[in-house]
Design a protein around this ligand. Structure first.
Ligand code: GRE
Ligand code: ZN
Length: 327
């Protein structure tokens, strides 16, 4: 299918590149990976052309700014990467758009940078890589905390989506992964980390306060669609500390938008499609951690997806979500 739109499409600046090394894959691919993730020009556009992706909404790689302990340094790098994205968008209008990288140490600084990116640079939303480490490696801030309400108020007012992207657990706080480093990242731990953060948002009452919020998550929902029925079923018996007014599944189905990034698989897709309205499911690739061609070959050919759904999930849902000026 031509004309697809993808919005978990990563790039790096040299300062955030090294963090990707452990995830990029072993063997001789680091050199190619480095070239691909830093590039916002011909090579990326060629892959987009080959796989029928018309527009990529760019975002900074994980963990990016969320692993930078110092608030000023993170703000400086946010500005640098957001300017880099804005420059790529202006050089290739109609092919790229921007999702802001945000330093989340201080909710008001984050809100201000998001506002600048949306109002001055024309960005369409933001992508944040999980919890923010602040000042000390052990200090993780999750965005359901009350101190982030002012940030969410700004996101709601700007009416742009917030993409909650995976990152890894803090190793010293992840004893249960000890001796199994493979388990901590993309194969499993990313989804554990991101699903817990997502469920915290649902269970905190955040969506009662800000009913317009739209949260995107990738990888076909970070395993939540598979577990959603059981969450509500069990919460009838032990809703301790749950602060939502409605069942958790209601918030998830109303506020979460799910992408196919890095999970090109019919059975998992079927489960997501059975759980979430097809207006809220979207094609994404997760380049360069995945190949755009693999994402597209699956999406374009899967017999689980009807052609009408393909057009929605590949294109028109994203046009609506990000208010893109495309037909
Ligand atoms: C991602 O961006 O989703 C990602 C990483 C690292 C490894 C795998 C992966 O940041 O999908
Ligand atoms: Zn990703």
């Amino acid at each position: 299918m031509n004309g697809k739109i993808g919005f978990e499409e990563h790039f790096a600046i040299t300062e955030t590149l090294e963090e990707a090394r452990n995830f990029a894959g072993d063997g001789g691919i680091w050199k190619d990976f480095t070239r691909q993730i830093l590039d916002l020009g011909d090579e990326r556009l060629e892959h987009m052309d080959k796989s029928g992706i018309e527009v990529a909404l760019l975002s900074l790689n994980a963990p990016g700014l969320q692993a930078i302990l110092n608030a000023n340094e993170a703000l400086h790098l946010a500005q640098k990467s957001n300017e880099r994205m804005a420059d790529a968008v202006s050089r290739h209008p109609g092919r790229y758009a921007g999702l802001a990288a945000l330093p989340m140490h201080d909710p008001d600084v984050a809100a201000k940078e998001l506002t600048r990116c949306v109002k001055e640079l024309g960005f369409k939303g933001c992508l944040v890589n999980g919890f923010q480490q602040v000042d000390h490696p052990e200090n993780a801030k999750y965005y359901d905390l009350p101190e982030y309400h002012s940030f969410w108020a700004t996101v709601a007012e700007l009416d742009v989506p917030f993409y909650l992207h995976p990152r890894m657990q803090i190793p010293t706080q992840a004893k249960n992964y000890e001796g199994h480093p493979w388990l901590m990242s993309a194969p499993w731990g990313f989804a554990v980390e991101t699903s817990i953060h997502s469920l915290r948002l649902c269970g905190s009452g955040l969506f009662d306060l800000y009913p317009k919020l739209k949260i995107c998550i990738g990888h076909l929902g970070e395993n939540i669609p598979f577990g959603l029925w059981r969450i509500d079923a069990r919460m009838r018996f032990s809703p301790r500390g749950y602060r939502g007014k409605r069942p958790l599944g209601d918030y998830f189905r109303d506020h979460f938008h799910i992408t196919t990034s890095g999970n090109f698989n019919d059975p998992a897709f079927r489960c997501t499609l059975d759980t979430i309205d097809n207006d809220k499911i979207y094609f994404c690739s997760d380049y360069p951690f995945e190949k755009m061609e693999d994402a597209s070959t699956w999406f374009d050919n899967s017999s689980v997806i009807t052609n009408a759904q393909r057009l929605k999930m590949g294109r028109t849902n994203a046009i609506r979500l990000f208010n893109l000026e495309l037909k």
